[in-house]
Write a protein that binds this ligand. Structure first.
Ligand code: NAI
Ligand code: OAA
Length: 359
């Protein structure tokens, strides 16, 4: 740094450059960023570098806000194919430590991803009433493939949190992309199913008449309809339900996404609860990456828990991602029957993702 770099005139020049997006990036060399680096970009708090891909969307905007509030994040890169200048300017005014930079369009994907520790992907089309998550496959498969190719190229060691639907197929697609690029580590690829757990905790807490914070429901399988399998026999704290309660809760948890899609009546799917869930899951990943012990969340990952190559169960998050995958635990007859149905549909969705990549 120049000896006078901290003089008043230099400080004003730095701030002016930061506010004028036509001036070149001042620090850290990512010349294609929308805005110059914040004047204290290099002096940001110690922490992790996180990118949100699809940051201008319904999930992406709230998620960007929540990640800007996370004290474990030192640098936050916001990437989308539209509207990132506005979202970035807006989020960057929050007086929390993370330095925010925006990136717009495929030519800036590399700059958005270079050096990232964690990449969160909520890019892609959401459902409208009458659609299944699988109906999104044709649009979202290509989006996920392109973004994961970017990850493989620019931050091959980053942990990926994949939100884009249909998660049951997009995670296998991402795995194939990374395998082809020679960067695949199953531990680093995590499908986000945290919203299923959030819903299960909420609905079970309502039935029990307790605070949802006190409840933890494991939700296994996948992230669509009958593949979402809440294990109500394993709720913490231990409790029991009548057959009617089990039927009501299972159906409501499996249809939680559709409940929101129908209530939004064409204006999209869950965004606020999803951003909350994604931020919670990302925070768990970051705590694991920091070395915290005992960080356990459900996630859809490469797995040997069943005969399927991907399955959601509880996983222990550590420095390298999903360090340990927990078994299903004892299931009752109702859950065993649900598991068989879930596996049949999941197997087809996984195969669909793998086939997409072999075309
Ligand atoms: N895993 C889960 O539990 C959940 C998943 N989702 C899924 O998340 C996805 C996003 O949902 P919303 O945010 O509501 O949709 P949205 O339409 O509001 O936002 C999607 C964003 O992705 C961006 N995008 C599209 N193509 C892109 C590309 N190639 N690169 C970067 N960004 C791109 C769009 O410009 C848009 O800003 C959907 O696929 C939805 O189904 C939604 C809720 C829960
Ligand atoms: O239902 C959808 O399309 C969005 C989603 O995955 C969810 O809310 O669980």
């Amino acid at each position: 740094m120049h000896p006078d770099a901290n003089s008043p005139s230099h400080r004003i020049a730095r701030v002016a450059a930061h506010l004028n997006p036509t001036r070149p990036q001042m620090e850290e060399g990512a010349g294609s960023a929308l805005r110059p680096a914040a004047c204290r970009a290099k002096g940001g708090a110690p922490g992790f570098k996180v990118a949100v891909l699809g940051a201008a969307g319904g999930i992406g905007q709230s998620l960007s806000l929540l990640m800007k509030m996370n004290p474990l994040v030192s640098v936050l890169h916001l990437y989308d194919v539209v509207n990132t200048p506005g979202v970035t300017a807006d989020v960057s005014h929050m007086d929390t430590s993370a330095v925010v930079r925006g990136f717009l369009g495929p030519q800036q994907l590399e700059a958005a991803l270079t050096g990232m520790d964690l990449v969160i992907i909520p890019a892609g089309l959401p459902r409208k009433p009458g659609m299944t998550r699988d109906d999104l496959f044709n649009k979202n498969a290509g989006i996920v493939r392109a973004l994961c190719e970017g990850v493989a190229k620019s931050c091959p060691n980053a942990i990926v949190n994949l939100i884009s639907n249909p998660v049951n197929s997009t995670v296998p697609i991402a795995a194939e992309v990374f395998k082809r690029a020679g960067t695949y580590s199953p531990k680093r690829l995590l499908g986000v199913t945290t919203l299923d757990v959030a819903r299960a905790n909420t609905f079970v807490a309502e039935v029990l008449g307790v605070d949802p914070k006190e409840v933890n429901v494991p939700v296994v399988g996948g992230h669509a309809g009958i593949t979402i399998l809440p294990l109500l026999s394993q709720v913490s704290p231990p409790c029991s339900f009548t057959p009617d309660e089990i039927s009501y809760l299972t159906t409501r948890i499996q249809n939680g996404g559709t409940e929101v899609v129908e209530a939004k009546a064409g204006a999209g799917s869950a965004t606020l609860s999803m951003a909350f869930a994604a931020a919670k899951f990302a925070d768990a990943c970051l705590r694991g990456m920091r070395g915290d012990a005992g960080v356990v969340e459900c996630s859809y990952v490469a797995s040997e828990v069943t005969e399927l190559p991907f399955f959601a169960t509880k996983v222990r998050l550590g420095r390298g991602g999903a360090e340990e995958i927990f078994p299903l635990g004892p299931l009752n007859d109702f859950e065993r029957a649900g598991l068989e149905k879930a596996k049949k549909e999941l197997s087809e969705s996984i195969q669909k993702g793998v086939s997409f990549m072999s075309k």
